[in-house]
Write a protein that binds this ligand. Structure first.
Ligand code: ATP
Ligand code: MG
Length: 370
């Protein structure tokens, strides 16, 4: 799928910006602070109703304004589409092909997007929560019910933790007061793990292959889903539920001591290794960058297979830290995707020179030249 135009009104520093994209590759060039990342953020937001940097809706409204409005038009295999997003007074309204969506999750599977940025090294350097978030975002773009399951799981977890805290204070808990929460936690948790398992089964081999391609075969990456329940490979929901239930019983004493739930998908991780060693502990800067890029490309591949179309790619300054060979390999990899948007500060950067792209010059949130 591809985006053919974008209108941004009062979105961060973009007061009124209208851009038309007719090319596969679109390059945004501008000085620091010009608004390049904001344009990429607007594109991403239109596709999934969420900021790639995790910003709150209110932070996206231009300072001094009381709303923002975004409009995007594009083409899919099924035909043209139009998507709009408005945030005013803390209220969000999303429209798709002229219909106001009752739930944001109705956007799932309509238009897909993958974002790559320098921030992505958090994925491999950061705590497990970063990798769970990565997986959750990937899975929720291909499954409408996944987000709902996650929310229900989180709510159950909070309630269960509250019971555990009370138990800690009062020096004990009767099994009956935890049981209803245990059953909900187990049934939702097992379903979440099943979804994560199957997503990782598809995503991991692709990401591993892409890492190899990026590094010209000089080193190799390993990627495994490491859940706290099950072994991460092909276990059924029932098997997972049984194991989860057993683990809860076994850790109950420790859970009461700590006042929190110690097993379950909220504790899962993805283990990443390069050259057989844990990347988080031993990886070089370039290995972290390449692994993060490979994970994102793996995510894109997953979306492509499930949605049957290429997601839109937004890339924010990802080339600047890569060595010449890796940058060249990334250019080649990107050639095969239907549409990409890139931001760079320099018109003589590798991506500006090597990718045949339509260029957009930005200054103070405005388009100055094509
Ligand atoms: N809510 C907001 N309202 C108005 N301006 C904002 C808002 N949020 C951020 N900005 C401003 O938008 C400007 C452009 O930000 P952006 O991140 O898009 O720059 P950039 O072109 O990507 O720069 P860099 O090359 O440094 O990454 C910044 O100066 C920032 O302060
Ligand atoms: Mg930027």
């Amino acid at each position: 799928m591809r985006l053919t135009s974008l209108l941004a009104r009062n979105f961060r520093n973009l007061e009124e910006l209208h851009l038309s994209f007719d090319a596969q590759r679109n390059l945004l060039i501008g000085k620091n602070g010009a608004g390049k990342s904001n344009v990429l953020e607007a594109i991403y937001y239109l596709c999934v109703s969420r900021s790639p940097r995790g910003a709150l809706d209110g932070e996206l409204v231009r300072w001094g304004a009381d709303f923002f409005h975004l409009e995007g038009r594009g083409e899919r295999r099924r035909g043209p589409f139009e998507v709009t997003a408005t945030v005013r007074g803390g209220q969000k309204e999303v429209g798709f092909n002229g219909v106001r969506l009752a739930r944001i999750s109705e956007l799932v599977g309509e238009i897909a997007v993958v974002s790559l940025s320098q921030d992505d090294t958090k994925l491999t350097k950061g705590p497990p929560g970063q990798r769970r978030r990565f997986l959750d975002i990937a899975v929720s773009q291909i499954s409408r019910i996944y987000l709902q399951m996650l929310n229900d799981y989180r709510r159950t977890l909070q309630q269960r933790n509250r019971v555990l805290l009370v138990a800690r204070e009062s020096g004990g808990v009767r099994a009956e007061s935890l049981e209803p929460w245990d059953e909900q936690l187990v049934s939702l948790g097992a379903r979440i793990i099943v979804e994560r398992q199957s997503a990782m089964e598809e995503l991991a081999p692709r990401a591993i292959a892409l890492y190899g391609q990026l590094g010209g075969g000089r080193d190799s990456m390993d990627l495994v889903y490491a859940p706290t329940v099950g072994d991460g490979t092909g276990m059924s929901g029932d098997e997972l539920a049984n194991e989860f239930r057993d683990k809860l019983v076994r850790t109950r004493r420790a859970e009461i001591e700590r006042g929190q739930t110690l097993v379950g998908p909220h504790r899962d991780d993805i283990e990443v290794a390069v050259g057989g060693r844990n990347l988080r502990t031993y990886g070089s800067e370039g290995q972290h960058r390449s692994a993060a890029i490979a994970l994102r490309l793996g995510e894109a591949d997953l979306l492509r297979r499930h949605i049957g179309e290429d997601p839109v790619f937004v890339l924010d300054e990802v080339f600047s830290e890569l060595d010449r060979d890796r940058a060249g390999a990334l250019v080649t990899i990107l050639e095969e995707w239907e549409q990409i948007f890139l931001a760079t500060t320099r018109s003589d950067s590798i991506e500006a020179r090597d990718l045949e792209a339509a260029t957009f010059l930005l200054e103070d949130g405005a388009f100055v030249e094509g």
